[in-house]
Design a protein around this ligand. Sequence first.
Ligand code: TYD
Length: 221
Amino acid sequence: MSETEASGDGGRRGRFVTFEGGEGAGKSTQLTRLADRLRRLGLSVITTREPGGSPGAEALRHVLLSGAAEALGPEAEAILFAAARADHVEALIRPAVASGQWVICDRFIDSTRVYQGITGNVPPRLIAALESISVGTMLPDLTLLLDLPAAEGLKRAAARRGFDTADRFEKDGIDLHESRRDGFLALARSEPDRFAVIDAAQEVETVAEAVWYAVRRRLGI
Ligand code: TYD
């Protein structure tokens, strides 16, 4: 879902914004709305997602979300997410931000920290090493955490999915999804300057306003 427009801000460094949260939190809806709003200000915006966002990473997306890598264990999955991320950062995110564009990404390092690290029991040292290899200094300027009770998110995700089967991670039990929510909130508490926590149980319009307020206040536009 990458979408590129010509850079329009004279070579100034762009911004890197990520959305995080559990299943069905409304990340892609809010991401699209934020991108539209920024474009209306004349900014050049790319929207993208993980796992995926570049041809190499999209190939790994299928391996990860189909469950083909599940039998290899959470450490191997973490390594594959990191490999996909390294390609995505080098092929798309870093050059776009360097050329003055805004990049808005659906999930990034915090999903690995939570799904594979905190709740997948992959040791923090491995998570940190993978992050340093795949991301280096390309950390988000702002991370919008869309927070929602797991039961509500799963209900929304199931409605959106219709008759399709749940993917590798969505199919997990509610307790695990609730632990993931706690994991994201703990990360947000540990890095309050990077995170803005948004109550995603509210109406879509209200959430969009909260996202906009956070972006304007944190990134000064
Ligand atoms: P996706 O279909 O993109 O759904 P959504 O973001 O709407 O939930 O699924 C991505 C899944 O992969 C999601 O269940 C979270 C998981 N995931 C990880 O476990 N680790 C990661 O590093 C990333 C990026 C995603």
